[in-house]
Ligand binder design. Structure first.
Ligand SMILES: NC(=O)c1ccc[n+]([C@@H]2O[C@H](COP(=O)([O-])OP(=O)(O)OC[C@H]3O[C@@H](n4cnc5c(N)ncnc54)[C@H](OP(=O)(O)O)[C@@H]3O)[C@@H](O)[C@H]2O)c1
Length: 288
């Protein structure tokens, strides 16, 4: 299996490289080597390497910044995946694309299935949805995996932010009225590998962590693991606050739990995220 990986320096990109099955070759690229917004470069890279699969882990993930940087967010999240689909088609490669729970408005009260109506609240979610539409239009057999609340030992994420703030704060206000499922990036990588090994049918699949929490509960789980593993001497007090007490440029869905039955039916295990925090929390200094 020859894989062309984009966004290789991001959370998912790094984790994907860490869990490649034996015998799979990967060309790991990031924007410095292969800018997915440049159609000519994408086409020539794909034509030269001739992958069996293109895994797109590249994205513009700065949710609040996207509100003001609409054009660049659309280029990376919509035009980039479209370019990859067009280039992949030319060599008969399959595209794996990753999307987000932010395509939903969060008004549901039960977990979202893949065919639920989308209605993104912000520019990031809208550009990611446009990327999904472009990919499925140009390559109907592509695998599109929507995931949520991603963390890992790499890059920037909520786990690292909480640990950093805990260094010098006795208490923290953390939003308690938005609910989702934290997801370890390495488990997304594993889910992609399973779908590829099983030659699963193309289309959208939901994948996330195995337990639903609010952000304040996620923070408490992080601190509890950090204390257990000696990373923190004492936990800050976590005070639940409302979304209105923590205004951000982009609105977030208040409930973005994904129904993952479709991907579980392919043999994929949901991300046991509390265990994953335990596993990665001692990885310093990458971690803090
Ligand atoms: N993070 C989350 O909480 C979350 C939640 C739901 C879904 N997702 C989705 O999951 C996927 C993986 O997210 P992640 O957290 O691993 O993202 P990430 O850590 O932000 O990594 C994205 C990578 O893409 C690179 N990139 C940006 N523009 C590019 C371009 N034009 N060409 C090639 N590479 C480019 C970035 O490079 P620079 O750093 O240099 O820009 C970065 O290395 C994304 O599709 C994201 O939308 C993420």
């Amino acid at each position: 299996m020859r894989i062309l990986l984009t966004g290789a320096k991001g959370q998912l990109g790094n984790c994907f490289q860490d869990c490649l099955p034996a015998g799979w070759d990967v060309w790991a690229t990031d924007a410095d080597v292969l800018d997915i917004t440049d159609l000519n470069k994408v086409k020539s890279a794909v034509a030269d390497y001739r992958p069996d699969v293109v895994v797109n882990a590249a994205a513009f993930t700065a949710v609040d910044k996207a509100e003001t940087d609409h054009e660049i967010a659309a280029l990376i999240n919509e035009v980039g995946p479209k370019n990859l689909a067009l280039a992949a088609n030319e060599v008969g490669a399959r595209l794996v694309h990753v999307s987000t729970d932010y395509v939903f408005d969060g008004e549901a009260t039960t977990p979202y299935i893949e065919t639920a109506s989308t209605n993104p609240l912000g520019v990031y979610g809208k550009t990611k949805l446009d990327g999904e539409i472009a990919v499925s239009h140009h390559q109907p057999d592509a695998l599109i995996i929507r995931t949520a609340w991603v963390f890992s030992e790499y890059g920037n994420n909520f786990v690292k932010t909480m640990l950093r703030l805990a260094q010098d704060r006795d208490s923290l206000g953390v939003v308690s009225d938005q609910f989702g499922c934290p997801t370890y990036a390495g488990d997304i990588a594993q889910a992609i590998i399973v779908l590829l090994q099983k030659k699963s049918a193309g289309g959208v699949y939901h994948f996330c962590g195995d337990q639903t929490v609010a952000w304040n509960e996620f923070a408490e789980a992080i601190f509890s693991s950090a204390i257990k593993h000696g990373v923190l001497a004492k936990s800050p007090i976590v005070n639940g606050i409302t979304t209105s007490q923590y205004p951000t440029p982009a609105r977030r869905p208040k409930y973005s739990v994904l129904n993952c039955e479709k991907i579980q039916n392919q043999g994929v295990i949901l991300s046991p995220w509390k265990d994953r925090i335990d596993e990665i929390i001692t990885i310093q200094p990458k971690y803090c």
